[in-house]
Design a binder for this molecule. Sequence first.
Ligand SMILES: Cc1cc2nc3c(=O)[nH]c(=O)nc-3n(C[C@H](O)[C@H](O)[C@H](O)COP(=O)(O)OP(=O)(O)OC[C@H]3O[C@@H](n4cnc5c(N)ncnc54)[C@H](O)[C@@H]3O)c2cc1C
Length: 290
Amino acid sequence: MINFELERPKSLQEAVGILNRLGSRAMPKAGGTDLLINMKKRLIKAEVVVDLNLIPELSEVSFDEDSGLSIGATATCTEVIKKEKVKAHFPALYDACLSHSDWQIRNRATVVGNVCSAVPSGDILPALYCYEAIVNTAGPNGEREIPISSFILGPRKIDLKSGEIVTGVFIPLPRGRSSGCYLKHGRRNALDLAQVGVCCVAVENNGNIEYRLAYGAVAPTPVRAPEAEKAIKGVKEPDDLLLEEAASLAQKAVKPITDVRASSDYRLAMVGELTKRAVKICIERLKEEG
Ligand SMILES: Cc1cc2nc3c(=O)[nH]c(=O)nc-3n(C[C@H](O)[C@H](O)[C@H](O)COP(=O)(O)OP(=O)(O)OC[C@H]3O[C@@H](n4cnc5c(N)ncnc54)[C@H](O)[C@@H]3O)c2cc1C
């Protein structure tokens, strides 16, 4: 194991102070399931690890009927899965958290850690893109609210300034009746990163329906597929021909690479297939809601 110092601040102010003072010598830690593994592999270098888990307000998951869901920086995937109303109001997020690793890792790994590690295959990211989540930060120059798609800049690159930490993510409640799903396609069912992750959220308001589609592991950052979304907008039950068109437009929105997990061609084929499945699941779930 590598040597490092551990700081355990008890307030946000103290955490920001430590990170601001130490700059790139220090890294914040939530669950540590990404950070500590990568430090051990010497892919990330940190002399000081700043554990955020003793800061009370960062552990909260709270739901407001009028506005939405707030997930604190140290809330684990399990805590989000178990939070009342998450499955009902944010089913794609629920699916995504449940598809993450296995129970043991989910008991430590956090949603915000998934955001901050910003790996293309991060399972929770496509759902956060579909729900248009806002990332909240605090730092020496105050607080910021950043849309998730602007916060994630590239593989392992985020819009975080020196001394800043992410305090949580806020997920606005979709306006209208909604349903959603996240389909993770991997080489096995547990403890594997996605070859392709497809998220769909359907929102019905005053008889109008819109679909949001987001993809993981098929581009340097998660991506939405606006042209595919447009193709099926307003259609409550797209037929096979229309779904085929949406699937083919989704394939144009992604840029998959070939790596150890899958070839670019295979990923592209799965984007098409899983887009059709995800839209159909959303429609079925919307019907079940009544
Ligand atoms: C066995 C195993 C299986 C895994 N399976 C999956 C999987 O199926 N799907 C998946 O998406 N990932 C998977 N992962 C990767 C990892 O678990 C996730 O990315 C996880 O969500 C990271 O959360 P964490 O709380 O552990 O983050 P940490 O390791 O604590 O942090 C991750 C990164 O974010 C930074 N960071 C953390 N919190 C903050 C903050 N509040 N402000 C600023 N920066 C911060 C850290 O400095 C670090 O760079 C797996 C990892 C392991 C070890």
